[in-house]
Design a protein around this ligand. Structure first.
Ligand code: ZN
Length: 163
């Protein structure tokens, strides 16, 4: 296990489309564990493989309910709307206002190779959308309403998290 270097906005790898994972090899498992270590070290709520320089469709998320590992995630349905601040580990010290669906149903392969479906609400729905966007080369700044800001102090004490 290791902490990997998080690529920052402007790095061309963050604009590329990641490739489907066909086989969960020991190397893929090592990547997943490194991604979790890297996300926790950076106090983020999510991280996508391209953020550590690997163009594979893998995301890790923890909104406070324990780690979620999603391989080849695909959003099946969305509903509702939420507008709130969003940040990204690839653009530290900034937040922007982004409107996302309030509920997201996603299917993915787990680290165990099994197929899963999951419905996420609120912060989890936001994190799923944010991380899946990374797999297609998109950053939240493209969707931000108005200018990016520095996070407020109360948000630093109780961070909603950066993805
Ligand atoms: Zn991000």
């Amino acid at each position: 296990m290791a902490i990997r270097n998080i690529r920052q906005m402007g790095d061309p790898i963050l604009e590329k489309t990641s490739k489907e994972v066909k086989l969960i090899t020991p190397r893929v498992k090592m990547l997943i564990h490194d991604m979790l270590d890297t996300m926790y070290e950076a106090q983020g709520v999510g991280l996508a493989a391209p953020q550590v320089g690997v163009l594979k469709r893998i995301v890790v998320i923890d909104v406070g309910d324990g780690p979620l590992v999603m391989i080849n995630p695909s959003i099946l349905e969305t509903s509702g709307e939420q507008t709130g601040d969003e940040g990204c580990l690839s653009l530290p010290g900034k937040v922007g206002t982004v409107t996302r669906p309030n509920v997201v149903k996603v299917e993915f392969t787990g680290e165990d190779g099994a197929h899963y479906e999951l419905e996420g609400e609120e912060l989890l729905a936001r994190a799923i959308c944010h991380e899946c966007d990374h797999l297609d080369g998109h950053m939240y700044v493209e969707k931000a309403e108005g200018p990016l800001r520095e996070p407020k102090n109360d948000e630093e004490e109780e961070p909603e998290g950066e993805n």
